[in-house]
Design a protein around this ligand. Structure first.
Ligand SMILES: *[C@@H]1O[C@H](CO)[C@@H](O)[C@H](O)[C@H]1NC(C)=O
Ligand SMILES: *[C@@H]1O[C@H](CO)[C@@H](O)[C@H](O)[C@H]1NC(C)=O
Ligand SMILES: *[C@@H]1O[C@H](CO)[C@@H](O)[C@H](O)[C@H]1NC(C)=O
Ligand SMILES: *[C@@H]1O[C@H](CO)[C@@H](O)[C@H](O)[C@H]1NC(C)=O
Ligand SMILES: *[C@@H]1O[C@H](CO)[C@@H](O)[C@H](O)[C@H]1NC(C)=O
Ligand SMILES: *[C@@H]1O[C@H](CO)[C@@H](O)[C@H](O)[C@H]1NC(C)=O
Ligand SMILES: *[C@@H]1O[C@H](CO)[C@@H](O)[C@H](O)[C@H]1NC(C)=O
Length: 242
């Protein structure tokens, strides 16, 4: 590699690393984890379509994490389904270029679509602003044949809060509060709610936005954290766009 190119790369590396550090991405770890998202089904949406948004060619693959759905072929608007996905370190394509934990789902745009119409398909799991920051296309000019990376925030837990929980559900509040969602997932006591507040700082009274709830997997395990995770700085370097 030419010296000039090498120097440019080093400069980019340090610029991105300090931008990421400024954003305080405490949980961005090299290895990532499995995660779940709760998708609230809207009118006129079927499971084939919803599964395809998240890269599943067959909606029946969603059955494992939806034991509460008795019939996958008959599901109604207003119900929620769990979507399983890989939660990993992503880097914003626009300023401040920080890294964060999310699932990334390629979405082939239809002619004339804009970030807000795309976010609209995801029923609160992402926002217009977040899609704009996560993608390199200009805010008001997505190419007709483009593919947008739809990123859905997620959590892999935090050994500084508890080592017992390693599987998290990304839940869009859609009018509920952290306390009401927590209660629905068996976090009823005051101590348990305090714990959930630590995973969701600043969300005590909010009724929109995302919260992260520790959940059991299909085998009934909370996936305890086994190792404290990889050095945080590594993922920033590896995920850098050249
Ligand atoms: C599912 O929804 C998609 C997108 O709205 C639609 O094109 C498709 O025909 C629907 N499939 C069924 C079986 O209703
Ligand atoms: C979604 O997953 C959570 C955690 O495993 C579980 O409590 C809930 O029942 C699941 N939802 C459905 C519809 O099965
Ligand atoms: C995703 O997480 C980042 C960093 O915490 C936050 O700034 C952003 O608003 C979140 N996006 C959504 C859609 O909640
Ligand atoms: C989507 O993500 C891929 C892989 O990280 C990246 O190469 C591509 O540039 C991203 N697309 C946009 C529109 O930002
Ligand atoms: C409570 O959780 C169950 C299982 O995930 C879900 O089906 C139901 O919609 C939730 N209820 C509320 C009010 O969030
Ligand atoms: C919660 O709501 C408050 C008041 O609207 C807002 O200032 C704050 O940014 C929200 N918190 C998060 C984490 O989105
Ligand atoms: C449940 O346990 C079985 C047997 O140990 C394993 O093969 C499977 O991957 C586990 N499922 C989940 C969701 O962890």
């Amino acid at each position: 590699m030419a010296l000039h190119a090498l120097l440019t790369r080093l400069l980019l590396l340090s610029a991105a690393a300090s931008a990421a550090a400024a954003a305080g991405d405490d949980n961005c770890r090299l290895s990532g984890c499995d995660a779940l998202a709760s998708y609230l089904i809207a009118r006129d949406q079927n499971l084939t379509y919803i599964a395809s948004l998240f890269g599943f060619s067959d909606y029946r693959a969603l059955k494992t994490y939806n034991p509460g759905v008795s019939n996958m072929d008959y599901i109604q608007a207003g119900q929620s389904v769990n979507i399983s996905f890989r939660c990993g370190c992503q880097t914003l394509a626009k300023s401040p270029f920080s890294s964060y934990l999310a699932g990334s789902f390629p979405y082939k745009v239809a002619s004339g679509e804009i970030y807000s119409s795309i976010a609209g398909h995801f029923n609160g799991l992402t926002t217009t602003d977040w899609l704009d920051k996560a993608n390199s296309y200009p805010t008001n000019n997505i190419p007709d044949t483009g593919t947008v990376n739809v990123t859905v925030n997620c959590s892999c837990g935090n050994p500084g809060i508890s080592k017992e929980y390693g599987l998290f559900l990304t839940y869009p509040l859609n009018g509920q509060t952290l306390a009401s969602v927590a209660a629905n997932y068996s976090f009823n006591s005051r101590e348990q709610l305090d714990l959930l507040k630590k995973y969701n700082p600043g969300m005590d009274t909010n009724t929109s936005g995302l919260v992260f709830i520790p959940v059991r997997d299909a085998n009934g395990s909370y996936h305890p954290l086994t190792s404290p995770g990889q050095p945080r700085s590594l993922c920033k370097l590896i995920m850098l766009p050249y």
